[in-house]
Design a binder for this molecule. Structure first.
Ligand SMILES: [Cu+2]
Length: 634
């Protein structure tokens, strides 16, 4: 009998050998596909209850396979223990995410099309060597004369003066190419009145910006004894926390199996957390902008855009890294070194009280947080995903948005209605970045209930004669019928996830609350094409009953799809009390660009926290020791 010891975690991503084995199984099992493409290769994780029972489950791979010759999409499952193609099915009427290899072909397709070259010349673009073509997923807005069943993207043009030049400084206005990715042809051209190219360059590298300031003294983080965390494979232990981290090709940075060691109890909190989908809709109505919205996860495979991080630049201090191994569309695995960064940060004071009357002494403790992060570069923008874990049981997520704003050329003297001039004749249109975080919470086990909690005052009346009453109004979210919820800043609304089967020492069910980010949801009109496709982004919170097939809030194939996903799932009207619930929090920035966002945008920050509420019996950070040495007074 063959005995193998598998030290891997059941949620580990595929390694290079597994990717090769999965792709080989598809090629061997479907020899009729002469040139299969692999837009998605990821783990097919074992069922949650088998993992919970301590079984590792079989390693398996899930693949989306695309046949460009037949424009057909297939889903495959490969059993990695046997190397067999376990499941194969055709998925009719869908388009996989836009592939990186398709994006890389766009410039050549445009350059070899005589009508496209003539249109570029009419817009003043003659040097095609430095042409930049960006893809825009087309959604379901019709293109005159083009069958919507074709695999198409729209594309916009930018002019660079040299290879490293920032093309977003010189967008070619009023010109849009519609490209058939399978035929590799220009299917249609929107060729409006030319707009002069904006006059200024927009470079931001140290060599381009003039003298650099010289008065910044070094700031160093030193941990002579090393960091306070340990990494074993993809599992990280820091203080009482334990979690698993990896990069998924669609969702990017994913955390799994987050738990807390409370005395001798290892207590589950969060089974899995990931950016399920995100949408970036632009609010400019002109002919070359009205269609611009992107679902970065489902339409572009956000996770595949993860970058390699460098010490001293992206992360400071005692850093440990995890690599990501992702397949390209030929099915070849590639390692992105240092894709996930882990480190500790000082975070000011954790708690303090000065006994000012009797002892004149202060008790104070330093706060410190553990950071797990990854940065995704998708087109002009970067999205940094940062998870923070604190000594008091708080978990925080922060997206850092930076990179280059999307731009539009305007005629000299024109003032944009739907954007901001960030440089002469250069408009940065208003837009949103809306993220939907899928939070599969497991507060002390899978069976949880969600309460909406509002801080409210009460009117003067019996029992409240002075009108000073403040109560926590709790509303149980009992069914998916009531599962579309909105933030309410007037009541500091939070959503508390309790386990009705586990109580704390005060007899209350243990819980964690979601403190949401308060901001607009999707601003596109409710009867717009986009609102139907991005239904997930129309509500701050959705609650669903756990179903492993429900991972992507806009559906599995949002590219050129009229709308799918969470709005459909909740039509099942499943009960949500004392069961395995999943929370979906939509948050993001509604970006009215500033001149200060040009030519590169300082980080904008957006996110939420998960805070223990009666999960612990008291402040869980009392045992944090006082700072070593003296806290000296000035
Ligand atoms: Cu923005």
């Amino acid at each position: 009998m063959e005995v193998t010891v598998d030290t891997r975690h059941p949620y580990d991503p595929l390694d290079a050998d597994e990717i090769n084995a999965a792709v080989a199984a598809v090629r061997a099992g479907r020899p009729e596909l002469t040139d299969p493409r692999f837009p998605l290769v990821r783990t097919d994780p074992p069922a949650k209850d088998t993992v919970r029972a301590g079984e590792r489950g079989r390693r398996a791979a899930f693949l989306v396979v695309y046949d460009r010759a037949d424009a057909a999409t297939y889903e495959a499952r490969v059993d990695l223990a046997t190397g067999e193609l376990a499941d194969w099915r055709h998925v009719p009427g869908v388009q996989p995410a836009i592939m990186i290899e398709e994006i890389m072909e766009l410039e050549e397709i445009v350059k070899k099309d005589p009508a496209a070259v003539a249109a570029l010349a009419r817009h003043g673009v003659h040097d095609l060597e430095l042409l930049q073509i960006d893809p825009w997923s087309t959604g379901t807005l019709p293109v005159a004369g083009v069958d919507p069943g074709r695999r198409i993207v729209r594309a916009s043009a930018y002019v660079r003066e040299f290879a490293e030049d920032n093309g977003y400084a010189r967008p070619v206005g009023n010109l849009v190419f519609v490209i058939d990715c399978n035929e590799r042809t220009v299917a249609a051209i929107h060729d409006g009145d030319p707009i002069p190219l904006p006059p200024e360059s927009g470079n931001y590298d140290a060599g381009s910006v003039g003298p650099l300031r010289t008065d910044l003294k070094p700031l160093e983080i030193i941990q002579r004894e090393g960091p306070s965390f340990a990494v074993t494979g993809h599992v990280i232990d820091w203080q009482r926390w334990r979690l698993h981290a990896h990069v998924d090709p669609v969702e990017g940075l994913v955390l799994s199996d987050v738990s807390y060691l409370d005395g001798d109890r290892r207590r589950s909190i969060l089974h899995r957390a990931s950016i399920s989908e995100m949408v970036v809709p632009y609010g400019d109505t002109s002919d070359d902008f009205y269609f611009r919205n992107v679902f970065d996860a489902g339409e572009y495979n956000l996770g595949k855009t993860v970058g390699s991080l460098s010490l001293g630049c992206d992360c400071l201090g005692e850093i440990r890294y995890l690599d990501a191994v992702l397949a390209d569309e030929s099915g070849t695995p590639h390692t992105i070194a240092n894709a996930i960064c882990m480190h500790e940060e000082d975070y000011g004071i954790l708690w303090k009280h000065w006994n000012f009357r009797y002892t004149e002494r202060a008790e104070v403790r330093r706060s410190r947080r553990f950071v797990v992060s990854a940065i995704h570069t998708i087109g002009n923008y970067e999205y940094g995903f940062f998870w923070y874990f604190y000594l008091d049981g708080t978990i925080q997520f922060e997206a850092k948005l930076t990179g280059i704003v999307q731009t539009r050329a305007v005629a000299p003297g024109d003032t944009p209605e739907f954007g901001t001039l960030v440089a002469p004749q250069l408009d940065a249109p208003n837009h949103q970045h809306l993220f939907t975080m899928r939070l599969d919470l497991e507060v002390d086990g899978p069976d949880n209930t969600v309460l909406e909690v509002d801080a409210v005052g009460r009117p003067v009346g019996p029992g409240n004669e002075h009108g000073n009453a403040i109560v926590a109004r709790k509303t149980e979210i009992t069914n998916e019928r009531h599962a579309r919820r909105a933030c309410d800043p007037a009541t500091a609304r939070t959503w508390k996830v309790v386990n009705p089967n586990v109580t704390n020492r005060l007899g209350e069910p243990v819980g964690y609350k979601l403190v949401p980010f308060v901001g607009p949801t999707l601003l596109a009109a409710p009867d717009s094409d986009l609102a139907r496709r991005a239904e997930f982004a129309r509500h701050h919170l959705w609650v669903t009953r756990y179903d492993p097939s429900e991972l992507h809030a806009a559906g599995d194939y949002p590219n050129q799809h009229p709308g799918d996903g969470i709005g459909e799932w909740v039509k099942q009207e499943r009960d949500l009390v004392n069961t395995d619930v999943v929370l979906w929090h939509t948050f993001g920035t509604s970006h009215l660009p500033r001149p200060e966002d040009w030519p590169i945008m300082p980080c904008d920050y957006v996110g939420f926290t998960l805070k223990p509420v009666g999960f612990f019996d008291r402040n869980p950070s009392l045992d944090v020791p006082p700072p070593a040495g003296h806290c000296h007074q000035a």
